[in-house]
Design a protein around this ligand. Structure first.
Ligand code: ATP
Ligand code: MG
Length: 392
């Protein structure tokens, strides 16, 4: 019996203690969800790692590896040949076949590293390495051995089954999905907030997205973007939920009732109020935004102070200290940039102040909100009641 499997390594330190099985399950479920469309797969637990096998055919590693390395909590993966005949003759043959498949004709240095789980195996690990190494050298004269600094480490593992592999693909690390508590992320179709959402999810936070839209001032395309961004984020976390909140009435109410240069501050505070209602319902421990200090008028320290005061949970701003280019680079790497950059037509310029106030005063903002906007909270509550919930 011989087949191709993927060895999945996960962060041991993240998965300690009594809820080990629970956390392992979170990773396994996310992996399954990502590979499910491509065949019938099985994930097996095996002493501090998982083995992914395909039950209905040969595994296409090029296709499957990116579906697995994106799951948070995974450190890396190695494609391997797994087999049951552990006689030294068979080990030699399979090792040679593996090396020929990957490195034929290349001038590379290598070493063989053997591990025996069962010490009853008749040949010692070092000796297995020597025998296999020599056999490969005899048959692939283009290679050379370097035990100190080899370009290739051929790993031979002799366990209940034997494994041979030589490639490592790094993953994102982080903590297993939904292992660190819950947060509500204010998710727009922009570049920043999907990155912020991703960063918090990477730390094991179960993130719920909330998107405020104002049809017909914002288009279906804009909503489509947020849905596609949510899908992308769910490939890292297994599950993701988006609340799309119809905010037109709130926005029009603010447009009519607050000084135009402070409109953005009030609008952002209204979004925070709305996100807090959802956070309370979910018993979440925090909010997340994509603010980066100084990026735009609504993200000066003073403006952030005014917006932040509308929250009663901690507000996480993982991008606060990042430059735009750094955020863009990360957005490209995680695959959200292309979605965020899709052009779409919004006609919401009436809501954008030409000269937004850069140094708003919290006491002034709070006084207006308390005394001059009697219908605001009711309208926000109504909008949240009407939110559309989508699970990914
Ligand atoms: P982004 O690229 O995330 O849209 P931005 O640079 O456009 O951010 P702002 O428009 O000032 O910045 O928004 C700051 C933060 O407020 C966003 O990162 C996001 O967390 C939140 N936010 C803004 N607009 C919305 C919206 N329509 N729905 C939900 N959250 C929003
Ligand atoms: Mg934006």
């Amino acid at each position: 019996m011989e087949d191709r499997v993927l060895i999945i390594k996960y962060g041991e330190t993240a998965i300690r203690g009594n809820n080990r099985k629970f956390l392992e399950d979170k990773i396994i479920r996310s992996v399954r969800k990502n590979v499910d469309p491509f065949g019938e797969f099985y994930v097996k637990r095996e002493q501090g790692r998982f083995i992914l096998e395909r039950l209905d055919g040969e595994m296409d590693f090029d296709l499957i590896i990116p579906k697995v390395t994106c799951v948070f909590g995974i450190l890396g993966v190695s494609p391997a040949i797994r087999f049951d005949d552990q006689s030294i003759e068979n080990v030699k043959e399979i090792a040679l076949r593996h090396m020929k498949e990957l490195y034929s004709g290349k001038n590379l240095s290598f070493k063989v590293d053997t591990r025996r789980a069962d010490k009853r195996y008749p040949i010692q690990s070092n000796e297995v390495s020597a025998i296999v190494g020599e056999y490969i050298l005899d048959n692939m004269p283009e290679l050379r051995v370097d035990v100190h600094n080899p370009e290739i480490v051929l790993r031979v593992e002799l366990r209940t089954m034997a494994y041979i592999c030589s490639e490592d693909y790094p993953a994102w690390g982080g903590l297993p999905p939904a292992s660190s508590g819950t947060a509500v992320s204010l998710l727009s179709g922009g570049i920043d907030s999907p990155v912020a959402t991703w960063m918090m999810a990477k730390r094991g936070v179960r993130v719920y997205g909330v998107y405020f839209h104002s049809p017909p001032y914002t288009s279906e395309w804009a909503k489509e973007k947020v849905i596609d961004l949510s899908k992308k984020i769910s490939s890292y976390t297994g599950e993701f939920t988006l609340y799309s909140v119809p905010f037109t009435e709130v926005q029009l109410y603010l447009l009519e009732n607050v000084p135009h240069d402070k409109l953005t501050i009030f609008l952002k505070r209204a979004m925070v109020h709305g996100a807090e209602i959802i956070a309370d319902k979910l018993k979440a421990q925090g909010l997340v935004t994509g603010d980066s200090v100084g990026q735009v008028a609504s993200q000066t320290m003073k403006a952030i102070e005014c917006i932040n005061a509308a929250a009663h949970h901690p507000v996480y701003r993982p991008l606060a200290g990042m430059d735009k280019q750094e955020i863009v680079d990360l957005a490209v790497k995680i695959g959200t940039f292309d979605i965020s950059s899709r052009p779409y037509e919004d006609c919401c310029t009436i809501f954008v102040a030409k000269h937004p106030e850069l140094s708003p005063k919290l006491s002034v903002i709070e006084r207006i909100e308390k005394n001059g906007l009697p219908e605001l909270m009711g309208l926000i509550e109504k909008a949240i009641d009407e939110a559309e919930k989508t699970d990914f």
